[in-house]
Design a protein around this ligand. Sequence first.
Ligand code: DGY
Length: 326
Amino acid sequence: MTAAQPARPVIVLSRRLPPATEAELTGQYTVITNTDDTPLPAAELVSRCDRNRAVALVVTPTDRLSAETISTLPDSLRLIATFSVGYDHIDIAAAKARGLTVTNTPGVLTDATADIALLLILGAARRASEGEREIRSASWTGWRPTHMMGTHLGGRRLGILGMGRIGQAVAVRARAFGMEIHYHNRSRLPPDQEQGAVFHPTADSLLTVSDVLSLHCPATAETTGFLDRDRIERLPPGAIVVNTARGAVVNDADLITALRSGRLAAAGLDVFAGEPDLHPDYRGLSNTFLLPHLGSATVETRVAMGACVIDSIQSDLSGRSPTNAL
Ligand code: DGY
């Protein structure tokens, strides 16, 4: 008679993870994968945790864990690990009240997201979508001095709203393009972290100098709908808006009106309220440069995010407090 193997802890994954991450998890745990990678309703996530007596649930920004959902999670669960730095999709207070540990993946996606912010700034300023569409539709009639003129970045003022890791990495990159950097943050950074940027004690003050405004604040009750008509009016005429943070920070109808009227020159957007069902009018505007939430989408970054998730699970299951506990 062979001795019964001790049961391996069960981990439920809401979506497919990078192959290297899934392979490492599968080597250590019983992993319930979302085989076809379609978004799962919250009730189905709860049911999978319940049926399998899961100890950890790995989610992504598209999985909403409300207080109500959290109240229905089984008692076997100890950890919710989100495969993201943002955690506005999880009611953290409700999770903590239930004694659950919640972790995220900070630090490892800073450079990838800052790179995408620069791609958006350049794409919006230099009319990259319009240009690409002209080539693909075979409607380009050739080089001419007045063709598709965009905005030069050198000497322009970049306003960074939210000077955390990603905001600082954007500042470093934008300086290489000759931009003058300004920022607003809840508190002023120590000089060695300011990257030579000018601090503005209020968001309104930052807006008035932002020829290009790059959003890097989390979506909270305070920042939801932040960029509305009144705040857009404070931006210099012909300003460019870039968002790699969260769609909820922008009032879509007001941004679309300003883009349509020419009050704003262009917008570069990687995130959208209600994504993937973004406001349909964005698609029809020639002055939008749009990406499908690709901020952290490099192989290296996604594998590093997976390593954070694995580390959180290992720490929590061995009784240590995970480094990335919220
Ligand atoms: C995050 O991590 O919060 C991003 O939005 C997805 O990488």
